[in-house]
Design a protein. Structure first.
Length: 285
């Protein structure tokens, strides 16, 4: 779906304050994948995701989205942005219409669609994010933080993107709102099959829902792989200023004390299973 080849990006290139933000980025997002993008503040995460729907063009390198070379002179950037929906951090700050319906309908309306098609897309989008149709005629500013976040996501989904990118989708939410958003993102991925890329600082959230992880460090792709592959390298993650799930830290400390456990533990459920297996093995010794 998305292929990034040798991408470099320099802010204010040729100016006295120029700064390189991305260095030789190479990665692929497969059709239907569910990927977490992690990295410390300033690692290049936000700059990278803005490249993926052509809000920013690379200084050098190539980005291909579903066969479209985004870096080409005559690239159809509108088509790219319809295919790749980007939900910014705190997207509820971008809500502005009088009603929830109008906010979600804003994108399809600008696409010049007929009213019947716009209405169809609005109802399709609220179903995907788990919003009640009774909220459509309310002001978005009357809603809870989690509901506002889902309205903002629905506004992107009404454009029917093939890829959904979310920048810190749970930032600033209380535990209930965070759980609601995460469960809706998982449900959305499972029901639609769309490719999902989300940026997160919460390693517990990443461990809970992602299939693959891309780790950024100082503008480069530091490592990438399955969730178990990346979290098995917990010490390397900590060396670059990232946390790992608490259960992973516990498992690694048990390993250091001689407990025979795998290093790829990253959920409580998996840890409980492996520890129970070890207890059973010891009973038979």
């Amino acid at each position: 779906m998305i292929q990034v080849e040798h991408v470099n990006y320099i802010y204010q290139a040729g100016m006295p304050g120029e700064k390189q933000a991305l260095y030789d980025i190479n990665l692929e997002l497969a059709d239907g994948d569910f990927v977490a993008l992690i990295g410390h503040t300033g690692s290049g995460k936000s700059t990278l995701i803005q490249h993926l729907n052509a809000l920013v063009k690379p200084t050098s390198g190539k980005i291909t989205v579903n066969g479209i070379d985004v870096t080409a002179e005559q690239a159809d950037l509108k088509a790219v942005r319809r295919m790749v929906g980007l939900v910014f951090q705190y997207p509820e700050h971008q809500l502005f219409e009088e009603t929830v319906y109008k906010d979600i309908a804003f994108g399809p309306t600008n696409m010049g669609l007929e009213e019947a098609e716009i209405k169809k897309r609005v109802f399709e989008a609220i179903e995907l994010v788990g919003l009640d149709a009774a909220l459509l005629e309310k002001s978005p500013f009357e809603l809870s933080g989690g509901q506002k976040r889902r309205v903002a996501i629905a506004g992107v989904l009404s454009m029917r993107p093939q890829v959904l990118i979310l920048d810190e989708p749970t930032a600033g939410l209380d535990p209930r709102g965070r759980d609601e958003i995460l469960s809706q993102i998982v449900r959305l991925h499972e029901t639609s099959g769309m490719t999902v890329l989300f940026v997160s600082h919460s390693m517990e959230d990443v461990a809970k829902i992602a299939k693959h992880i891309i780790v950024m460090n100082q503008g480069t792709v530091y490592m990438q792989g399955t969730v178990s592959e990346v979290f098995s390298r917990g010490q390397e993650l900590q060396d670059i200023g990232l946390n790992v799930p608490q259960i992973t830290l516990l498992a690694h400390r048990l390993i250091e004390r001689g407990v025979d456990l795998p290093r790829d533990i990253y959920t409580v459920k998996y840890a409980a299973k492996r520890i129970a297996e070890k207890i059973q093995e010891n009973k038979h010794v």
